[in-house]
Each structure stands twice: as C-alpha cells, then as structure tokens.
Design a protein around this ligand. Structure first.
Ligand code: GAP
Length: 508
C-alpha cells in the first residue's frame, strides 16, 4: 500500500530527494550556500515550467476575459511610492543582542509561566508546527529547575509584537534561553534597493519589485487603450519577485527571490464583488486540485475585518497542509479601486474605463488572486511524496520512494526502455519510439541496469509511465508494455493505443 511519508521527516525527505535527483539546489552551494536563494536543476526547471504553463493555459489562453503581460522587474521608483510599498512594506523585526540572530516579531511567540497563579518567568518559541507543545515543555522544565511546587498555569502564547515594554526585558531569547537580550520590535523594510545608471546618488535609487502586481496596474492603461477589453476582464503575469525576508525558511516556502503568478481582475464598482470573490476562490481551488493537490488538504482562511488592510474589502487565503504546517499558498484579495486610484493621483493619468454596457465611466475595482510558483511547487512535491514496498526483479520486497505527480505537470512524462541493451533489434525500436515521443513530450531513454531498477529510478522522479520494448514487440505483434507508476500494473498496448492514452493523460 502506498502511504505518504511521516510528516516528522517529510520536509527532510523532500529536500534530500530534490538535491539527490536534481530538482532543487541551495544557491551558491560551492561557496557554502546563500540563505533564502535556491536554484532549480534539470528536473526542477521542467516541473516549474509545467506548473507555469498549466496556469498560463488555464487562466490566460483558455479564458476570453484575460490578457497576458510581462513587465520589467525594475520600474520607476514612483510606482512603489504610489503603491504604498516605500512607506509601508515592512515586517516587524527583533534582534537578539547576544547571539546577533534576528527574528520576525510576528513569528516569535512568548507566554508567562505561572505556578499557582504566581508568574515565575517567561518562555519563548519561534513559530513551528508544534509550538504549543514546545512552549509547554519549556514551562514544565522551568518549574522543575526552580523546584516550584504547585499547579502550572495554562501557557497562552502571544506574538512578540504584543509584548509590553516591561515584558521585553523578561522574555528569553530563543537563541540563548536567557531573558534581557531581545530588542523591542522595529520595522524592517523588505524591498531590495539598487542603483540605476552611472550616478550613485539618491536620485539613482530603485527597487527590485516585491510583487508582480504593480507592473499590471502600471500597464493597465496601455492594455485598456490597445486591447479590446471589456469589463469585467483580467490581466495576468508570471514573473520574479524579491523580498529581503528577515527569516527565509522552510526550504522554498519563504525565500528572498521567488516567482509569482498574479491576476488583477477588473470589475465594475457596482458589481457583486462578494459573489465574484467567491467564484475566484472556487476557481483557484479547482485549479490546485487539477494539478494534483488533494482537495482535503486545501482550506480557506478568511481574514477578519479588523486585520484587513485599510483598502481591502475582503481577503481569503487558500491554505495548504505543508510539511511544516498549514500555511498560505494562494492569496485572493478584493483590493477595491485603491491601487488604480493611487496611480491616477501620483501619475496624473486617468485610470477610468468606459463601460459600454452600463454607459458610464469609472475607475474599476479589482479582485487579485496571487500565487507563488515556488510555494505551489513545494505543495506539489509534498502531496506527491510517497513511500511503499514493491517486489524487485528477484521477487524480494523492497522499500520504494515515489513522486505521484499528475501526468500534466510531471517533469518527465514517460521513460522508454529496451528490455536488454545488448540486443540491437530492441534498442533500434526503443530509440525510434523515443525519438517520436520526444517531439511532443519530455521523455527519457534508459537502457542500463536491471529493468526493475530502471523503473525504480523513474518512480523516484515521478515519471508516470514506463514503456518497455521486449521480444514480443519485435518478433510478434509490435505491442509494448505500458507500466503505471502508482500501481506498478503492466499491460500490452499497440503504438496507436499508447499515443492516444498518453495524450489523454498528459494533455487533457
Ligand atoms: N500582490 C499581492 C501579494 O504579493 P502576498 O500575499 O504578499 O500578496 C502572494 O504574496 C503569494 O506570493 C503568496 O501567497 C505566496 O504564494 C507567494 N509568496 C509571497 N512571499 C513569498 C516568499 N518570500 N517566498 C515564496 N513565495 C512567496
């Protein structure tokens, strides 16, 4: 039976497999690595491209109400002033003066420890899947070390951002375990700054974009003026974004250079935005399921009204059960007309559109589904990673690691094997079929080693189909053996049946 790996080791197993099989490497590894940056190897780049292509096909090419865009990473700095990023795009940061480590204050939690109602100290913990358990253990240990008798009070964790100035001195640093070395939270700007042009003064300052969305707003007028768009319509973009995250972590979940797939969907100010928002949430959920994520692993986190940005009418995040816990995968926000109005004011250019149906002119409102490519890839890897047991060529049962990728996004779609590499008649037919399939899909030819071992190598990288050319193929009826990665079942098919089946599974 196939079972997902244990969640305790799942992240480690995925990171190990990604490095071993050439999906993802730590950036600049030969120089000791560079925190928050990752490189995608031969299989990783295929998987990444397949995710992006599926998104582009489903959200741009298959819709009549969507236009595509590819804007620059560095844009006029005034864009970031108008959008509010220059003044407001920051995270609260806290330093440990002793260890020199930095934490995000909203990812650092603390609680007073009380015995029979008397506070005996504080515990702190960095956000993690079992933070409550970790904090409770630390509290029990504190009570034991201080030899206190009585009942331990409940541990109620709070974000460090909610600590009072008196508490800063009492909360222990997670690095040293001792109180007194944590600073009060300060805002840390997340945009990477650079210089453009030969001058190095302040007038040359520019930013690497922290989201692709502003490139869409900045081009909205161009698209309205040149396309034949009609409200409601969307503009979609895939591209790199950069954030100087204080604590990049959990592999590619939070990195400093990542890629986004964003849509700004423009609607009339009088449209039923709640119904349209709901529609987008459902469309996005269905898309995640279509690329292989389990529906039961996706939940909705509705931001409470008092936590919304002042311009936002509503935000719902699609959450996914990642190996390190349930976390945001896709943010779907109703951003009103805030961004367009800001750009209208700062640029002096009108952002109005004439609505032919309503016979009126207005600045549209917007619904923004914003998804990270790298986070989607991590979700896909987590959902696909499985371990089971199968018999090898000699009938001995062995542990098998497999990635159950949907054929739509699998990096290698099929592997073609001649049963024996020293039989030219098998090799010739296998190579001919390989060359034929290669024109349509990314397929792999492998002639070396026992056939069971060759299957296993493909299972580990998630290749859904194995095609073996044997003596029956060349001497009898031309049929090949088609093996299914997940069930290991094999059946004989003709070449026409094979191609039809692959088309249905991969291109559907
Ligand atoms: N334009 C809206 C926007 O950028 P966001 O919630 O900050 O909203 C949208 O980002 C998505 O981008 C997230 O849901 C996540 O998938 C991805 N993302 C954000 N920061 C990331 C990071 N540091 N590393 C990887 N992905 C990130």
């Amino acid at each position: 039976m196939t079972a997902p790996a244990s969640s305790d080791t799942l992240m480690e197993d995925i990171v190990g497999l990604c490095k071993r099989r050439g999906f993802i490497f730590q950036s600049s590894e030969i120089y000791g690595g560079y925190n928050g940056f990752y490189d995608y190897g031969p299989l990783g780049v295929e998987l990444r491209n397949n995710i992006k292509q599926a998104w582009w096909r489903d959200f741009v090419q298959c819709r009549d109400d969507m236009e595509g865009l590819d804007s620059t990473i560095i844009m006029h700095p005034k864009i970031w002033k108008a959008s509010g990023h220059v003044d407001g795009f920051s995270d609260p940061m806290v330093d440990c003066k002793e260890s020199k480590l930095r934490y995000r204050a909203d990812q650092l939690f603390f609680a007073p420890v009380s015995v029979d109602g008397e506070t005996i100290g504080y515990v702190s913990v960095v956000e993690c899947i079992d933070q409550q358990e970790v904090a409770e253990k630390a509290a029990a240990e504190m009570k034991r070390k201080m030899a206190k008798q009585g009942d331990l009070g409940p541990i109620e964790l709070k974000e460090y951002t909610e600590a009072t100035p008196e508490e800063y001195e009492l909360i222990p640093s997670p690095a040293t375990g001792k109180p007194g070395s944590l600073t009060e939270p300060r805002e840390f700007k997340l945009m990477f700054e650079t210089k453009v042009g030969p001058l190095a003064d302040d007038s040359a300052s520019a930013y690497l974009r922290p989201e692709t969305a502003q490139g869409i707003f900045a081009n909205y007028k161009n698209i309205v003026d040149t396309g034949r768009v009609k409200i409601p319509f969307g503009i979609a973009q895939i591209g790199k974004a950069f954030r100087n995250e204080i604590t990049p972590r959990n592999f590619i979940f939070r990195s400093r250079e990542f890629e986004q797939m964003e849509i700004e969907y423009f609607i009339s100010p009088s449209a039923d935005w709640k119904a349209l928002h709901r529609e987008w949430i459902d469309t996005c959920t269905n898309w995640l399921v279509s690329i292989g994520l389990p529906r039961e692993g996706i939940t909705e986190d509705i931001h409470p009204a008092d936590k919304l940005a002042f311009y936002s009418q509503a935000t719902t995040d699609l959450m996914f059960q990642f190996p390190h816990g349930e976390q945001e995968l896709w943010g779907i926000a109703c951003r009103s007309d805030y961004d367009l109005k800001q750009h209208q004011e700062h640029s002096g250019k009108s952002m109005t559109i004439y609505d032919e149906d309503a016979k009126e002119k207005y600045v549209p409102h917007v619904i923004e589904p914003s998804l990270g490519v790298d986070r989607t890839l991590l979700a896909v890897l987590s959902a696909a990673y499985c371990e089971d047991e199968v018999a090898n060529d000699k009938g001995k049962v062995e542990k098998r690691t497999l990635l159950k990728f949907s054929p739509k996004i699998a990096p290698v779609k099929a592997a073609i094997f001649p049963l024996l590499k020293n039989k030219p008649e098998l090799v010739e037919v296998a190579k001919k079929l390989y060359k034929k399939l290669q024109r349509r899909w990314n397929v792999f030819y492998d002639a070396s080693g026992a056939i069971g071992r060759r299957y296993r190598r493909q299972d580990e990288i998630g290749t859904p189909f194995g095609i073996t050319i044997d003596f029956d193929t060349v001497e009898k009826d031309g049929t090949v053996t088609l093996r299914d990665r997940d069930t290991c079942e094999q059946r004989r098919v003709t070449e026409d049946e094979l191609i039809k089946y692959l088309e249905e599974q991969i291109d559907a």
